[in-house]
Write a protein of this length. Structure first.
Length: 168
């Protein structure tokens, strides 16, 4: 007869090894960029819509909306590409590794840019004055369709995206 404790131990060991492998195999996609004009290059060409969010790990509303952005990313699949632009480099004593760690912990799968250029240059390029989060929806040609400053409302954002997908 098999010892129930050893059967449990084998199950626990198997479960833990799978969990550790899954955790170890995940890595956030963070690309360092200094020029605001190159940020659009992170979007795949096939996406009908592109959602760009400017955020930072020190911004409470930014951190709060990340799970909503991840859910929106999963909901729309290849029709919508999401990318983040981290402003963490604009604050002293912050590093890319902190951003990577945060994204890994939250399991954010969409690409993010660790922006190392001048914050004013990014604001000028994206037409915002620096208050974050700011989220901008573009068509595949780069035409701005919608913009929101502040914490997103997940349901309203989903409705806006659906509305723009129906127009095509």
């Amino acid at each position: 007869m098999t010892d129930p404790l050893s059967k449990y131990a084998r199950f626990a060991a198997s479960f833990l090894s799978v969990a550790l492998f899954a955790a170890a195999s995940y890595a956030a996609d963070v690309r360092e960029m200094k020029s605001a004009s190159t940020i659009a290059s992170v979007f795949p060409a096939k996406a009908r819509l592109r959602l760009l969010t400017v955020w930072a790990t020190w911004c409470v509303p930014c951190v709060e909306e990340m799970p909503d952005l991840a859910a929106i990313d999963r909901m729309f699949g290849a029709e919508l590409a999401i990318a983040g632009v981290s402003m963490d480099d604009s604050v002293p004593d912050t590093s890319k590794s902190k951003v990577v760690s945060f994204l890994d912990q939250k399991r954010i799968t969409f690409p993010n840019v660790y922006y190392t250029g001048l914050p004013d240059a990014l604001g000028e390029h994206l037409r915002f004055r620096g208050g974050i989060p700011v989220t901008i929806l573009y068509d595949r040609n780069g035409k701005e369709l919608w913009r929101h400053e502040g914490r997103l409302d997940k349901q309203k954002t989903i409705a806006v995206i659906r509305q723009h997908l129906r127009r095509k």
